[in-house]
Ligand binder design. Structure first.
Ligand code: FAD
Length: 268
């Protein structure tokens, strides 16, 4: 059972992962599944969800991209600073009896998929991992994924590293060449929308992790409900199946801001 009152915990280490992306390791042992998230609180500022990206013997790590005030503040923190934490929350990814899977990650979406890939490799599952970033400088976890022994394909929008193009172009290519039991994906919503279309068209099972603005994180406030099904992303998600995603009219179309106002994807 997750704690619902934030606990102040110490940052033990800060690691530069890529340009504007850092991992904060927190001294707190948690039992989390890949795809679950924690709420991180900076007193006097805000509280936001972050996927668990590392689990180790004395704590866990979250990988944060500095995009706005909160994430920039987190990225400026040092070892010894303290943040509030509660969780883990959400359903997370589940491996069943797949033999060969593709994991397609974009940006910091690679974090939870890497934890999943570690579990999959322990079970002897053949993993094709597509690690997508805008540019080489923004690519995370490359060394960690190499060590894991997954079949790693790097892809960048500008071709500065690996294959030039979109993660989803590589996904299409892999599905055309190999029999894949399941696709797992995490990344920007427009990428996930394409993943869903590809899985549906190719008849391949798929689970994706989606993001919505969250306040409570444990299903009470309803802020992260998605239209028209009313699924609470913090409880029934953030991992949803391709079939569920296809039923959501707002998926890939709009999301809700902190104020609940709807905003179209791509508005910024
Ligand atoms: C389940 C879940 C898991 C998450 N896991 C992570 C994680 O592991 N790492 C992480 O860094 N964030 C993660 N997030 C996002 C995180 O919670 C914050 O929304 C994010 O850090 C931005 O917060 P902010 O207050 O700094 O910026 P905001 O004020 O919310 O945004 C500032 C500006 O940046 C834009 N923006 C927001 N997000 C992005 C983005 N990803 N790329 C480009 N522009 C963006 C906004 O449209 C806005 O214009 C997760 C969210 C959810 C729901």
């Amino acid at each position: 059972m997750a704690n619902e009152i934030p606990e102040m915990v110490a940052i033990t280490k800060v690691v530069d992962e890529a340009e504007g992306i850092k991992t904060l390791f927190l001294r707190k042992k948690i039992d989390a599944k890949p795809g679950q998230f924690v709420m991180v609180w900076i007193p006097g500022m805000d509280e936001k969800p972050f996927a668990v990206g590392y689990l180790n013997s004395d704590g866990f790590g979250v990988t944060v991209a500095a995009v706005g005030p909160f994430s920039t503040k987190l990225c400026s923190m040092q070892a010894g600073d303290r943040v509030g934490f509660r969780g883990p929350y959400g359903n997370g990814f589940t491996l069943r009896n797949e033999q060969r899977v593709v994991m397609a990650g974009g940006g910091y979406g690679v974090a939870s998929l890497t934890l999943l890939a570690e579990q999959a490799k322990e079970r002897g599952i053949d993993v094709v991992f597509i690690n997508g970033a805008r540019t080489k400088d923004r690519m995370i976890y490359e060394r960690r994924l190499h060590k894991l022994g997954a079949r790693l394909i790097m892809t960048t929008d500008d071709g500065s590293h690996g294959v030039k193009g979109k993660t989803t172009d590589v996904l299409l290519d892999v599905l055309a060449k190999e029999k894949i039991d399941k696709v797992f994906a995490c990344g920007p919503e427009l990428m996930l929308k394409k993943v869903v279309e590809i899985c549906a068209e190719k008849g391949v099972a798929g689970d994706i992790s989606i993001e919505r603005y969250m306040k409570c994180g444990f299903g009470l406030c309803g802020h992260c409900c998605v239209d028209p099904a009313g699924i609470r992303v913090c409880v029934e998600g953030p991992v949803i199946s391709v079939q569920t995603a296809q039923q959501l009219t707002e998926f890939g179309t709009y999301h809700r801001l902190k104020s609940s106002r709807k905003e179209k994807f791509g508005a910024h």
